[in-house]
Design a binder for this molecule. Structure first.
Ligand SMILES: Nc1ncnc2c1ncn2[C@@H]1O[C@H](COP(=O)(O)OP(=O)(O)O)[C@@H](O)[C@H]1O
Ligand SMILES: [Mg+2]
Length: 242
């Protein structure tokens, strides 16, 4: 299973979501590799306080394999770090990376970073599920719609869904989803499923400041609960994969 996480707008919580999802899936007994595909502004390692020796850039240039670059995190998942300031993703052969990721045999959570350039679109189109993260901000919604529109064009049969992050309560997620869903129905021919919602929670930035993953630092916080619920819904065999 390869889950890619995208957004359009930056700062909506993709990296937090990718880390939380990887940890929640690991807690549920899955063997997960979290991949920082945001090669321009890589920050999974920063959020987790890791000091990578090797990274995705080394893997892509053939200097080492995924197994040598991946760091085992004490929370039970592997991390393949990205490389900040690299322009490699722009020149990346997406099929080669997808091939490498699939061959290593673990479940993959891929943080695609903001925007949807050619390489990211290529990766998104080949994922088993594209998770588009949105918030209630109008700019986040229009950007999420733009990502979904491109993705529909690239891979009409591929699965994609929306996670609404930083909601005050669940009803807000339904409203945000309804707006996106109706835009997709009206202009793209069919709607988009709501995969889940994560509440706005001060424990999320607190965990980042401590550089400890949320589910370790604040395991019963509202956002941690929402991330576990989301992971349970995204696991193969569940409704999001039906
Ligand atoms: N559920 C949440 N509640 C509160 N703050 C959040 C939540 N999710 C993310 N954030 C905050 O939003 C900021 C951006 O998160 P990040 O994951 O880096 O976004 P992105 O990867 O989309 O750029 C971080 O400072 C983080 O603390
Ligand atoms: Mg990020």
């Amino acid at each position: 299973m390869l889950i890619a996480i995208a957004s359009g707008k930056g700062g909506v919580g993709k990296t937090c979501l990718a880390i939380g999802l990887a940890q929640a899936l690991a807690e549920a007994g899955r063997d997960v590799l979290l991949v920082d595909g945001d090669l321009g502004l890589a920050n999974v390692d920063v959020q987790l306080g890791l000091h990578p020796g090797r990274d995705l850039g080394d893997v892509l240039s053939g200097r080492c394999g995924i197994g040598e670059a991946a760091i085992p995190h004490p929370a039970g998942f592997g991390v393949l770090p990205g490389r900040s300031g690299s322009t490699m993703l722009a020149a990346l052969d997406g099929s080669a990376l997808i091939g490498l990721l699939r061959r290593q045999g673990r479940e993959v959570v891929l943080d695609l970073g903001a925007g949807l350039g050619a390489a990211q679109r290529h990766l998104a189109a080949r994922a088993d599920l594209l998770v588009v993260v949105a918030t209630e901000e109008p700019t986040s919604l229009t950007d999420a719609y733009a990502v979904l529109k491109l993705h529909r064009g690239d891979a009409p049969a591929a699965r994609a869904g929306v996670v609404v992050n930083m909601v005050a309560q669940r009803a807000q997620a339904l409203k945000v989803h309804a707006a996106l869903d109706s835009a997709c129905r009206n202009f793209l021919g069919s709607g988009v499923p709501l995969l889940g919602a994560v509440r706005r929670d001060p424990k999320v930035p607190a965990a980042i400041r401590a550089q400890i993953p949320l589910l370790t630092r604040h395991p019963s916080s509202p956002a941690a609960q929402d991330l576990r619920e989301l992971a349970a819904r995204l696991a193969p065999g569940q409704t999001a994969f039906a």
